[in-house]
Design a protein around this ligand. Structure first.
Ligand code: ZN
Length: 182
């Protein structure tokens, strides 16, 4: 039951800011970062899988882990919370959606200009020249892929540098544009 005061506030609001985190996607079956660190990965600390140091030490281990998470997201669907936020944006003069999530479920529910403070699983980039890398459009596997699959990261078509996940790692700055707009 939504309190009447909140409904009135929403009805009169001129600019609404919504800030989401892992909770909004967990209903879609997306494990949180910590949840994803289970199984074999309990032998690795978070920094190994989420730092420049860890990536340089073993790119295939880290790339495979993020690919597993990305495929899992693509096999999942937005839930009513994602759809409600997208719908709300059509009811108020202005809505800014800021998320800590690295999935694309807000976009797939119809939200636009989502500010991804922690980057995105779906926008990897070149380690060397920072050019965005377009992942090949391949048919989705039926089952989630193992998060412990070692997968060699692709190479940049511009400079042959190694491609890294597009998420913000420990010790890295938040993406400047998303941060300023947020
Ligand atoms: Zn490059």
């Amino acid at each position: 039951m939504i309190p009447k005061a909140l409904i009135e506030k929403l009805q009169s609001s001129q600019h609404l800011v919504i800030f989401t985190g892992a909770g909004v996607s967990s209903e879609s079956g997306i494990p949180t970062f910590r949840d994803a660190l289970t199984g074999l990965w309990k032998n690795y600390d978070a920094e190994t899988l989420a730092s420049e140091f860890g990536f340089l030490a073993d790119p295939a281990l880290v790339w495979g882990w993020y690919e597993g998470r990305r495929i899992r997201v693509m096999q999942s669907q937005p839930n009513p919370a994602h759809f409600t936020i997208a719908q709300l944006a059509r009811q108020v003069p202005k809505l800014t959606l800021v998320t800590q999530n690295v999935d694309d479920l807000h976009e797939r529910a119809g939200s636009h200009d989502v500010l991804h403070l922690h980057g995105s699983l779906h926008q990897p980039r070149c380690w060397v020249c920072a050019e965005t890398y377009t992942l090949p459009d391949e048919p989705l596997p039926d089952q989630p892929i193992d998060l412990n699959s070692r997968i060699t990261p692709p190479r940049c078509p511009h400079c042959d540098g190694v491609i890294r996940p597009g998420v913000v790692w420990f010790g890295e700055a938040l993406p400047t544009q998303a941060w300023q707009l947020a």
